[in-house]
Design a protein around this ligand. Structure first.
Ligand code: ATP
Length: 235
C-alpha cells in the first residue's frame, strides 16, 4: 500500500532521515519505534508532504506521492493524527468531527461514521457539545483519532498516541487501534516511544536510530529479541 524507497528529508542543512526504506501492506499495523529525536515524526511528516522529500521515492497504491502537497495526499486516503493531537480547542467535539469529514459529500455515510466513532469512544458522545479544548488529554487523543477516522482514510498515521496519558487510557487507545484496523480495514502506521505497546499491537515493526532504519522484523520476533528488549523494552 505504501512504499518508501531510499527516502531522505530534513530541515535546513540538516538531514533528519537518511536513506530509509519502509513497506506497508494493506491491512497491516506497522510500528516505527526509536528514541527521542531518531526521526520518527519526520518520517510521518515526509509521507504527508508536510516536510519535503529530498530524494528517494514514496508510492501509495502504486502512485508516486513525494512531490504532492498535503491536501492531495489526504484526498488520496492518507490521514495523520499528529503528535500533540492538534484538535480545534474552540470547536465542540461534534464540530471537530465535522471538520474531519470536510472533504466528503456522502452525508448518510458520514452520519454512520460519526455513530461508529461514538461507539468506539462513548465518552465523546457524552461530550459532543463540549469544547475540544476542555477535554482531558486522553479524550483529546480519542477526538484526534476520531476526527481522522471521519475522513475515512485507507492509511492512518498515528504519531505517539500514548504520549502523556495514564496507563489505563493507553491500554484503551491501543485496544481501539487494533479494533479500527480489523473493523474498518484501515491500514495503520504507528510511531511510538512506548515500544512495548507498539509491538504488542503491530504485525511488523521498524526500529529507527539517528535518522536510519537499524532493524526490522515481525513484532513477535522483536518482542523476544534480546537486543530490542534491552534497548527499547526495559527488560
Ligand atoms: P520524538 O519521539 O522526540 O518526537 P522523533 O524520533 O519523532 O523524536 P523527529 O521529531 O523526527 O524525531 O526529529 C528528528 C531530528 O530532526 C531531531 O534531531 C530534531 O531535533 C530535528 N527536527 C525536528 N523538527 C525540526 C524542525 N522543525 N526544525 C529543525 N530540526 C527539526
Amino acid at each position: 500500500m505504501l512504499k518508501l524507497e531510499n527516502v531522505q528529508s530534513g530541515y535546513g542543512n540538516k538531514l533528519a532521515i537518511k536513506d530509509i526504506s519502509i513497506e506497508i501492506k494493506k491491512g497491516e499495523i506497522i510500528s516505527l519505534i526509536g528514541a527521542n529525536g531518531a526521526g520518527k515524526s519526520t518520517t510521518l511528516m515526509t509521507i504527508c508532504g508536510v516536510v519535503a522529500c529530498r530524494s528517494g521515492r514514496i508510492t501509495f497504491q502504486e502512485e508516486e506521492i513525494q512531490k504532492k502537497n498535503p491536501d492531495e495526499i489526504v484526498s488520496m486516503g492518507i490521514c495523520q493524527v499528529p503528535e500533540g493531537r492538534h484538535i480545534f480547542p474552540e470547536l465542540t467535539v461534534k464540530e471537530n468531527l465535522d471538520m474531519g469529514a470536510f472533504l466528503r459529500k456522502d452525508k448518510e455515510q458520514i452520519k454512520r461514521d460519526m455513530d461508529y466513532v461514538f461507539s468506539l469512544f462513548p465518552i465523546l458522545a457524552e461530550r459532543r457539545n463540549q469544547d475540544g479544548g476542555t477535554l482531558s488529554g486522553g479524550e483529546q487523543q480519542m477526538l484526534a483519532m476520531s476526527r481522522a477516522l471521519m475522513a475515512k482514510p485507507q492509511l492512518l498515521l498515528l504519531d505517539e498516541p500514548s504520549m502523556g496519558l495514564a496507563p489505563l487510557v493507553i491500554k484503551q487507545i491501543f485496544e481501539i487501534i487494533g479494533q479500527i484496523n480489523k473493523e474498518q480495514d484501515t491500514t495503520i502506521f504507528l510511531v511510538e516511544q512506548n515500544a512495548n505497546q507498539a509491538l504488542r499491537v503491530a504485525d511488523r515493526a521498524y526500529v529507527m536510530e539517528n535518522g536510519g532504519i537499524s532493524f526490522s522484523g515481525t513484532a513477535k520476533d522483536m518482542l523476544s529479541n534480546p537486543d530490542i528488549q534491552k534497548a527499547y523494552l526495559g527488560i
